[in-house]
Design a binder for this molecule. Structure first.
Ligand code: PLP
Length: 394
């Protein structure tokens, strides 16, 4: 279950001056020039003194347009994703909405995953749909099918990899090549992998989307989102819309996300190691039917995942044969807390068919009724194993 490029958080990313873990702690986070504070302070302020009417300014004028705490987070995220610029938002969906309404127009068409995150799908279909945007769903594990779904008015292809909750893998480089040949932007929702495991911009994607609520924040205590882009012109256009549409995060939220980001490399290494152990337990348990985790050699996306990811992540899903058994398992765990969301230090368990994916039941996006999803946390793995075993054995 290991592969040659097992995660080395110290390995510098291509073209970057320092290793990933170093950038997570230092990028955008120079000690405060006035006080020497070693972490960026919370600038809880709405307006800034100007040097003269219409004259030179400190760089900040009004906190919807910019706030130093937000700038620190944005500079760090740009560095971690190897992008030109990052923009922070009040939530992952706020980031997505701003991106879509920047690059699309009424009449545009988009290609989206046939197992997209439910909230993203709802935004595409029920909000952007009313604005005159149409969509086609495609299986992202099949690059030819994705490129084949592109029409004359297609403006962008939206990817998630790994997907939620079946952990399917999309080949970012192959899809980017096909989509670019048809003049489409490629957007990757990198929430599940985080930049510690995968940097889509280095594989040809144009935009990375994050729900920073998940692994980047990492402590289940803040809602946030981000966009990271390679192209300076697109960055300027998005920054204009960030200000014009106004879905910005407050300074405390930026500060919390940035505090989480500093430990991203070590947290992800531990999430991955714990998940690998849990997968071994599940794969050999008589109650368990199928285990979905891209690190398994028999996973259909394993080869692509091994190529484009540094490790296989902390999200695992599995089936147990029938929904009553799945319900019982979810209700019996004690350390694995029954709850939605993911990516925090604490382990979570949920039943997608009745929880996160209840809104898509009966549709093409429906998930198996007996599927259980785990967000494997960073507790002692022996305790996690014991908890799952007692829940499965009974
Ligand atoms: C949670 C999530 C989102 C939405 O982010 P919010 O911060 O909840 O708005 C988008 N994509 C994925 C993959 C997510 O898990």
């Amino acid at each position: 279950m290991s592969h040659p490029s097992a995660m080395d958080p110290d390995a510098p990313a291509a073209g970057s001056p320092a290793g990933f873990a170093t950038r997570a702690i230092h990028a955008g986070q120079e000690p405060d020039p006035r006080t020497g504070a070693v972490v960026p302070p919370v600038y809880q302020v709405s307006t800034f003194k100007q040097d003269g009417v219409g004259g030179l300014r400190s760089g900040y004028e009004y906190a919807r347009s910019g706030n130093p705490t937000r700038t620190a987070l944005e500079e760090c995220l740009a560095s971690l994703e190897c992008g030109e610029r990052a923009l922070a938002f009040a939530s992952g969906l706020a980031a997505e909405d701003t991106l879509l309404r920047t690059v699309l127009a009424p009449g545009s068409h988009i290609v989206v995953p046939d197992d997209a995150y439910g909230g993203s799908y709802r935004l595409f279909a029920r909000v952007l749909g009313r604005w005159g945007v149409s969509l086609t769903t495609a299986p992202m594990g099949d690059p030819a099918a994705v490129v084949g779904a592109i029409q004359a008015n297609t403006r962008l292809v939206w990817l998630e990899t790994p997907t939620n909750p079946l952990l399917r893998i999309a080949d970012i480089a192959a899809i980017a090549e096909g989509a670019h040949a048809r003049d489409c932007l490629v957007v990757v929702d990198n929430t599940f992998a985080s930049p510690a495991l995968q940097q889509p911009l280095t594989l040809g994607a144009d935009v990375v989307v994050h729900s920073t609520t998940k692994y980047l924040g990492g402590h289940s205590d803040v809602i946030g989102g981000a966009l990271v882009v390679r192209d300076g012109r697109l960055a300027d256009d998005l920054a204009f819309h960030q200000n014009a549409m106004g879905a910005v995060p407050g300074p405390w939220d930026c500060w919390l996300v940035l505090r989480g980001v500093r430990t991203l490399a070590v947290r992800m290494a531990r999430h991955c190691a714990n998940a690998r152990q849990i997968v071994q337990l599940l794969a050999s348990h008589p109650r368990v039917r199928e285990v979905h985790w891209p690190g398994l050699p028999e996973h259909p996306g394993h080869a692509v995942a091994a190529r484009q990811m540094r490790d296989f992540g902390g999200m695992v899903s599995f089936t147990v044969g029938d929904q009553p058994t799945a319900l019982a398992v979810c209700e019996r765990t004690r350390l694995f807390t029954l709850g939605e969301s993911l990516g925090g230090v604490e382990s979570l368990i949920e039943l997608p068919a009745l929880m996160t994916h209840a809104s898509v039941s009966g549709s093409a996006l429906a998930v198996p009724p007996d599927l259980i999803r785990l967000s494997v946390g960073i507790e002692d793995v022996a305790d996690l194993e014991a908890d799952l075993r007692q829940a499965l054995d009974r």
